[in-house]
Structures are given as C-alpha cells and as structure tokens.
Ligand binder design. Structure first.
Ligand SMILES: [Mg+2]
Ligand SMILES: [Zn+2]
Length: 156
C-alpha cells in the first residue's frame, strides 16, 4: 500500500486571501512549499490535494477556471521536481444543497485512498481549518493543523 500527504490548498499551499482564489495572478505559493513538498515526496508520500471550492456553487467562477489554475499550479510544481498525484475539489456549497464531498465530509479522502491504495494509518492531512481536521478524523487519517498562510513545514 501507499502512504499519502493529503494537503488542503488555500492557506496551506498558497496564500488564502480569505476570499476565493480562482485566478493564476492571485495564486501565491507560501514560503517553504517547494522544499517541503519535495521532502515529503522523497520520503515516499504521494501528494494529494483536497480542496473545497464552494465558489463554483456560488457562481463566482467555474470548474474550468479551477482546472486551468490547477494545471498551472501542477506545472509550476513540476518545474521544482514535484509531482502532484491528484487534486480533488468539491464544487458544492451548503448554499445550494448538501453533498458528501465538501469538507468536513470525508468522501474526497476516501476516494483518493481507494483509488491509490493508500494506507490511512501511514498518512496525514494538513489543513488550516477545523473542517480539515474533521474530514481527516472521519477518514481515519492523522490530522495536522497548521496556521493559515504560515511557512510550510514538513510534519513528519
Ligand atoms: Mg484552507
Ligand atoms: Zn461536494
């Protein structure tokens, strides 16, 4: 089985502007992210991003905008030798109905673990919100709570 570093996006990988980040020009990598992700990769962790993008349900931006941003983000990380295995995003929001994927729901984590044969007990989820920690707990993954927009530090 594999082990994974599950990563929230906004506030962990990039600066959370406390509004939605949907454009490349607004996306700023946090300090330490390149080094940290590289270290995790070298330790054998798959890098999997798990992010709520409720701005889609609110009509603020589209799934295509998110895909464009993520393609760019992965290309920037690839320049640093970093491979993101997969990015899961929930496009829903409570304003337009409940879903199972939106964190604190754990469906995105569970999908990733099934698809990539991940051992929950060897993995962790880094996030800046209580909802990240709750999703981790529901999926049986260790949660690592970090301060929003702080320097990225490898927890293991
Ligand atoms: Mg966040
Ligand atoms: Zn959802």
């Amino acid at each position: 089985m594999n082990k994974a570093a599950f990563l929230d996006r906004d506030g962990v990988i990039n600066v959370d502007v406390l509004d939605y980040t949907s454009k490349i020009k607004d996306f700023k990598f946090l300090p330490g992210v390149f080094e940290g992700l590289k270290q995790l990769q070298e330790k054998g962790y798959l890098l999997i991003v798990i992010t709520n993008q409720g701005g889609i349900a609110k009509g603020l931006y589209t799934k295509e905008d998110v895909d464009t941003l993520h393609t760019w983000m992965c290309a920037e990380l690839a320049k640093q030798g970093i491979t993101i295995t997969e990015i899961y995003f929930c496009p829903h929001h409570d304003v337009s109905g409940k879903c199972l994927c939106r964190k604190p729901g754990s469906l995105m984590l569970e999908k990733a673990m099934a698809r990539f044969d991940i051992d929950a007990t060897q993995s962790f989820f880094m996030g800046d919100k209580d909802t990240d920690a709750q999703a981790a707990e529901r999926a049986g993954v260790m949660s690592v709570k970090v301060v929003v927009n702080s320097e990225f530090k490898v927890p293991v």
